[in-house]
Write a protein that binds this ligand. Structure first.
Ligand code: ATP
Ligand code: MG
Length: 175
């Protein structure tokens, strides 16, 4: 692992941009991205984002949104990636981060090895982080990960308004 300080927000923007380029029929929206000068393996964390974003696109119908948030809270940075796709039934959730695990219904229709989430969970673990999800079948899924921050990182947080790309659709905020 190559641990270096980097702008967390720039890493997110880069991964969103690269997945968006391959996903013409989805709008990936970065709703909020607190920035922090984070110490970690930038390339591998970008790989985690790419895996989760690619899944969000792959397992959701065309013209739906994928919504990303990154917020600093309780000495950590928490990232969420929400999709409005096929969702995951409860009985599969505990197996999802295992090697080569795929949900049968989806394995039929989409190509994949069932390694993306396994690799992602290993990378998050190596950063002393956690990875989890919430999902409802037929409604969608939200994948979360949390990476702990060192105190000096927290001094350099800047709040951000988010970023809407040209495919963005208006986001409803609950009042
Ligand atoms: P690859 O190794 O190419 O990533 P994969 O996408 O099948 O293949 P994972 O990314 O590890 O493998 O995901 C494992 C399984 O979890 C998927 O096959 C799919 O069944 C389910 N899954 C993952 N993300 C989502 C999602 N956002 N919505 C619904 N199902 C998902
Ligand atoms: Mg995958």
């Amino acid at each position: 692992y190559d641990i270096q300080p980097f702008s967390f927000r720039e890493m997110l923007l880069e991964s969103i941009e690269s997945v968006q380029l391959k996903s013409e029929r989805h709008a990936i929206i970065l709703e909020k991205a607190d920035d922090v000068d984070f110490s970690g393996d930038r390339l591998r964390l970008e790989q985690v984002m790419n895996n989760i974003l690619t899944n969000a696109v792959k397992y959701s119908p065309e013209a739906t949104r994928v919504v990303v948030n990154a917020t600093v809270q309780d000495h950590g940075i928490v990232v969420s990636v929400q999709d409005f796709g096929i969702g995951i039934a409860r009985e599969h959730i505990e197996h999802l981060f295992g090697r080569y695990y795929r949900v049968d219904n989806t394995a039929m229709r989409f190509e994949g090895l069932g390694l993306g989430l396994y690799i992602s969970s290993e990378i998050i673990k190596r950063h002393n982080g956690t990875l989890w999800l919430e999902s409802a079948e037929g409604e969608g899924s939200t994948f979360f990960f949390r990476l702990p921050l060192q105190t000096n990182e927290e001094d350099r947080i800047t709040e951000s308004e988010g970023y809407y790309n040209d495919r963005s659709i208006t986001i409803e905020h609950n009042v």
